[in-house]
Design a protein around this ligand. Structure first.
Ligand SMILES: *[C@@H]1O[C@H](CO)[C@@H](O)[C@H](O)[C@H]1NC(C)=O
Ligand SMILES: *[C@@H]1O[C@H](CO)[C@@H](O)[C@H](O)[C@H]1NC(C)=O
Ligand SMILES: *[C@@H]1O[C@H](CO)[C@@H](O)[C@H](O)[C@H]1NC(C)=O
Ligand SMILES: *[C@@H]1O[C@H](CO)[C@@H](O)[C@H](O)[C@H]1NC(C)=O
Ligand SMILES: *[C@@H]1O[C@H](CO)[C@@H](O)[C@H](O)[C@H]1NC(C)=O
Ligand SMILES: [Cu+2]
Length: 217
């Protein structure tokens, strides 16, 4: 009973976070968002088409006044671990689809990515993939996944608007900042190539923060 009450008390901290809006997320549950694929480990039954090559938008909505954002891609049909987003089944390294960078302001953000630019072998029309967005707005690492099929010359729907919100930082959001978690992601920014280890460290930091919250009551 007591741990349950403690977690309920933490909910206001989690009330901000972020959503993945395009390609559509597997699912969103703000309490599960720190988990692998945002707590939705199962592949979607239908995959969304996504450009095989050329610039393509990924849209998120940030509810934190500033955040670190990085984007990973896995070519496995059913990725089950962060390893599957850093290494192919044949052992080749997968570069980040978008290296970690800083965004400032709340609202919609658009990141232009190009799967073709990664130079991955055997990626052709019809290859399946999963994109995982990593986000840290100061309350720990948060994750969202989307399942796609890569299609030649695919045109993204015209209602997918690639634009960034202007900064509208709110005072209540900044209260959720956690120096510990921000520090972990800060170091990931400078060394994107070792992202997998940093992800583990950041997830550990989140669990430590949650654990501390439980112990305090
Ligand atoms: C996914 O990662 C796990 C280890 O985390 C590994 O056992 C598995 O072989 C990987 N899948 C593929 C298809 O590479
Ligand atoms: C590419 O596909 C070929 C034929 O299916 C296979 O032999 C080869 O191992 C694959 N290469 C990689 C890097 O996956
Ligand atoms: C790519 O695959 C789609 C669906 O399978 C097909 O409709 C399309 O013609 C293919 N495009 C090319 C350039 O092969
Ligand atoms: C675009 O329109 C489709 C329906 O045509 C809708 O399902 C989708 O959510 C819209 N996407 C965005 C980003 O508004
Ligand atoms: C939005 O901001 C991100 C991060 O600064 C940047 O990478 C992206 O190009 C921007 N998108 C647009 C449409 O300006
Ligand atoms: Cu949050």
């Amino acid at each position: 009973m007591k741990p349950f009450l403690a977690l309920a008390a933490l909910v206001p901290l989690a009330a901000a976070h972020f959503t993945l809006d395009y390609p559509a997320t597997r699912g969103f549950d703000e309490d599960l968002e720190p988990q692998f694929c945002g707590g939705f480990p199962d592949v979607s039954s239908t995959r969304q088409p996504f450009p095989l090559s050329g610039s393509a938008p990924i849209l998120i909505d940030s509810h934190h006044p500033s955040a670190q954002v990085g984007i990973l891609i896995s070519l496995d049909s059913n990725p089950t671990s962060f390893d599957n987003f850093t290494t192919t089944s044949t052992g080749d390294a997968i570069p980040m689809l978008l290296p970690f960078g800083q965004i400032t302001g709340t609202g919609e953000f658009c990141f232009n990515v190009d799967v073709g630019s990664l130079g991955l072998s055997n990626v052709t029309n019809g290859t399946v993939a999963t994109i995982q967005v990593e986000f840290n707005g100061g309350d720990g690492l948060l994750l969202q996944c989307t399942d796609i099929v890569l299609v030649s010359d695919y045109i993204v729907p015209s209602n997918v608007t690639c634009a960034n919100a202007t900064a509208t930082a709110s005072a209540s959001d900044s209260a959720s900042s956690s120096a510990t978690a921000t520090g972990s992601m800060g170091s990931a920014t400078s060394t994107p190539a070792s992202g997998a280890n940093k992800v583990g460290a950041a997830v550990g930091a989140v669990l430590a923060v949650v654990g501390a919250g439980v112990l305090m009551l």
